[in-house]
Design a protein around this ligand. Sequence first.
Ligand SMILES: Cc1cc2nc3c(=O)[nH]c(=O)nc-3n(C[C@H](O)[C@H](O)[C@H](O)COP(=O)(O)O)c2cc1C
Length: 245
Amino acid sequence: MDVFEAIRNRRSIRKYLDLPVEWDKVGSILEAGRLAPSAGNLQAWKFVVVRDLNKRKQLAEAAGQQYWMEQAPVFIVIVGVFNKHERFFGQRGKDLYVIQDCAMAAMQMMLAAHSLGLGTCFVSALQEEKVGEIILMRGGARPMGIITVGYAAEAPKMPLRYRLENFSYLETDAGLAYVHGYSPGRHADFDFEMSNFRVAQRGINYVKQAAQDIDRLTREKRKGLLQRMIEKAKKKGAESEGKKG
Ligand SMILES: Cc1cc2nc3c(=O)[nH]c(=O)nc-3n(C[C@H](O)[C@H](O)[C@H](O)COP(=O)(O)O)c2cc1C
């Protein structure tokens, strides 16, 4: 699956089919987390896979009674290990880098799961102490979140997102336009750049759609085309051999 397609189509899934998740897929998801970037490459995470129904129920309870979670056959509890970061990077490492490391790993795992046909949801509304007790977490660590994993029983639409121009700026916070006295509603450089971007984006989408349409319309005609071409080439080869003979 194309990376951008995975990013665009991934959704938080809160309804799951009563189907187990193949163990090799769980392994691939963990591997995607293992490969995530981390501050100083310290990889300050642990991934605790929970399949036991009783534990899943307790975790759902400890996650603000989000009982929908129980349906997901696999939970991955992401545990941030902060003592390493504290030693290397001081307070900022402890307060921030460990969270950032875990967030990077979580995102990679969710995208990997999506590309394997699985649904996930990142759940962070946790009573940390309770979660720690359930998974017998050791010291110097914090549960950062739980990723529920399973086959989706729903296909939610993308929740609304802000438009790019609402939060992306050139060069300075709030953008050059503001430095030069931009007031919303007035035509400014930034609006212009963004409208160019949108026109280009429309063009790309148009071409993509056209390629899909052509593919759909010609699929029948192309069926067996390669085979026919091979046979034709073979026949031609045989004919020229015959002429030589
Ligand atoms: C830090 C964080 C915490 C979240 N916590 C919860 C949660 O406790 N329960 C839940 O159902 N979804 C939770 N979510 C999922 C968000 O609700 C979801 O990502 C958001 O609504 C956008 O939907 P999408 O993931 O389908 O694009 C969390 C997401 C993030 C990034």
